[in-house]
Design a protein around this ligand. Structure first.
Ligand code: UTP
Length: 292
């Protein structure tokens, strides 16, 4: 079945970036000159998904405005002869179709996704967390769609992380699946453990913020018992889904930056700037001139 919708949860509080996120959404923080959330929307569009469902919350209107047409700005740019920039602004709003639903209280990622049920309905869908910026020749979600089309089961993006870092992630226990097209990259997930101590971790395969989910996830999430602070964790929902149907883990090809974390955000900024044709050369020269 074709994946027609991508859910982007953007209702979190962004506490790790306070005070920058006191009056603006974390998802609007720019990496070079594009807000984080635009990287995720572009990935969905480049993967052939025609519609994005944003799960927003209080104080997140800037995201809606960003993906809307700004007639005043366009008029101003046209008046100043900046036609290319005007066209670029218009292309952001025309990239795909957008729908919005509000999560009233930030009650965790599982709850945020469940909030989108009414708009996604009972069909498979993608989830992209805009904190994870992924640069790859083939968009990460597109790679995952190939796996989904082949096997028909939910697919979670995973990444090998250093053993000492496993306690920052959901970690899977998985059985390798021989697949001619992606040798060593595909796993049938047997269990998932949230933030294990390195000594307890079943592997170093960490879950990152890209998912293709079958509609079984709705029932699984509805049955999750809220944890500390009333939060509904996505991992708990996925474990319930796992008890009912197979889930695959796929080690995607590409570079991922955890831009929800300050150091990760800085790394994303430096590396993306270095790769930009308009900035890379001058920025590299500047970095080389630093007495580090
Ligand atoms: P994070 O846990 O990284 O975001 O969630 P956060 O809670 O906003 O940030 P910190 O930890 O306080 O700094 C990953 C994604 O899920 C969304 C966030 O907006 C982010 O894009 N999210 C998280 C929701 O939409 N609702 C929630 O209840 C929690």
């Amino acid at each position: 079945m074709q994946i027609r919708k991508a859910v982007l949860p953007v209702a979190g509080l962004g506490t790790r970036f306070l005070p920058a996120t006191k009056a603006q959404p974390k998802e609007m923080l720019p990496v070079v000159d594009k807000p984080l959330v635009q990287y995720a929307v572009e990935e969905a569009a480049a993967s052939g998904i025609p519609m994005v469902v944003f799960v927003t919350g209080r104080g997140k209107q800037a995201i809606e405005n960003h993906f809307d047409v700004s007639a005043e700005l366009e008029q101003e740019l046209a008046g100043r002869g900046k036609e290319n920039l005007r066209r670029e602004m218009r292309s952001i709003s025309g990239m795909l179709r957008f729908a919005y639903v509000r999560q009233q209280i930030a009650r965790g990622l599982g709850d945020a996704i469940l909030t989108a049920h009414g708009l996604v309905e009972d069909e498979p869908f993608a989830v992209l967390l805009p904190d994870d910026v992924i640069m790859s020749p083939i968009p990460c979600v597109k790679q995952m769609l190939t796996i989904y089309e082949r096997y028909g089961h939910s697919v979670i993006a995973i990444q090998r992380v250093p053993k000492k870092s496993v306690s920052s992630y959901g970690i899977i226990r998985g059985r390798p699946v021989p697949d001619f097209d992606c040798p060593g990259r595909l796993f049938r997930i047997e269990d998932m453990i949230e933030k294990p101590a390195p000594s307890q971790a079943p592997s170093n395969l960490a879950v990152i913020g890209r998912y293709i989910l079958n509609p079984g996830i709705w029932k699984a999430l509805t049955n999750v018992v809220p944890g500390a602070g009333g939060e509904i964790q996505l991992t708990d929902g996925l474990r319930r889904l796992l008890a009912k149907e197979p889930i695959y883990g796929y080690v995607f090809e590409g570079e991922r930056y955890d831009a929800g974390d300050k150091l990760g955000f800085l790394k994303a900024t430096v590396e993306i700037a270095l790769n930009r044709p308009d900035l890379g050369k001058a920025f590299r020269r500047y970095l080389q001139s630093l007495d580090l």
